[in-house]
Design a binder for this molecule. Structure first.
Ligand SMILES: Nc1ncnc2c1ncn2[C@@H]1O[C@H](COP(=O)(O)OP(=O)(O)OP(=O)(O)O)[C@@H](O)[C@H]1O
Length: 243
């Protein structure tokens, strides 16, 4: 469903993505892992062009995303959900309105959108919180709203940019449990940038390790964590053995 070839991005002459190739099959959950600053966020943000790549091809369901004009790109983004590290909720809207907004933009009536929003909130365990102000939520709850906002559009692909990076360990657990439950129940295709080794090992179908703007190893979790070929895989194996 997603094919990326030769993806390149530099910031201030520093190469951040160095001719990256990547593939995702329908229904697959892929974790992207690697050291801080290696380019993971830039990679995932390039897929729906929140970051504009310098070069390369991105085909989503055979649509050449890299060539789309801005208005056509908006149409494709309706089908590719995005969950941000820092939630990106709209503070003046309540929880339900934050989730419903994408549907209203898509042409749903406010009543229909709010009805669907409540169902999506139930999916992340926040059915009772629709009328709450987002200002009063914990970080874990904010991220669960962020996930509901992506789910409500029923996208074919959801991109997660380090969804637990802003959270303390207890809230990390809360969000990962919700994510794992959604993976099991919905089987929506997902790419998840994460530092959570145990989660990736348990949930992902494929894992890609990135270093200095390149993927240096990829494969099934059982292979890349238990019999790694890259230095990154060997580090993660040590972490797994330690925990
Ligand atoms: N908009 C930008 N302008 C300039 N440099 C940037 C920009 N975005 C990212 N970078 C740089 O690109 C490099 C890769 O950043 P990126 O956020 O993609 O890494 P990452 O692997 O996601 O890191 P982390 O795990 O710490 O979030 C870093 O050196 C970062 O400073």
């Amino acid at each position: 469903m997603l094919r990326i070839k030769g993806l390149k991005k530099s910031f201030n002459n520093d190469i951040v993505l160095d001719e990256i190739d990547f593939e995702l099959r329908s229904g697959e959950i892929t974790a992207v892992m690697g050291p801080s600053g290696c380019g993971k966020s830039t990679f995932i943000r390039s897929i729906n062009r929140l970051v504009e790549p310098d070069d390369g091809e991105i085909f989503f369901r055979d649509i050449p995303v890299h060539q789309l004009t801005q208005d056509k790109l908006e149409g494709v983004r309706q089908n590719i959900g995005f969950v941000f590290q820092h939630f990106n909720l709209i503070k003046r809207l309540d929880v339900k309105q934050n989730v419903a907004l994408g549907l209203i933009k898509k042409g749903y009536s406010v009543a229909e959108a709010c009805e669907k929003a409540v169902l999506a909130l139930a999916d992340v365990g926040l059915a009772e919180m629709g009328d709450a102000s987002v200002l009063n939520l914990s970080g874990g709850e904010k991220q669960r709203v962020g996930i509901a906002r992506a789910l409500v559009l029923e996208p074919e692909l959801i991109l997660f940019d380090e969804p637990t990076a802003s959270l303390d360990p207890i809230l990390v657990r809360e969000v990962l449990d919700v994510l794992e439950d959604i993976v099991v129940r919905k089987r929506t295709s997902m790419i998840i940038v994460t530092h959570e080794v145990t989660f990736a090992r348990r949930v992902a179908d494929q894992v890609y390790f990135m270093d200095k703007g390149k993927f240096v190893e990829s494969g099934k979790p059982t292979t890349v964590f238990e019999n790694p070929g890259s230095w990154i895989g060997k580090k993660y194996k040590k972490i797994i053995n330690y925990t």
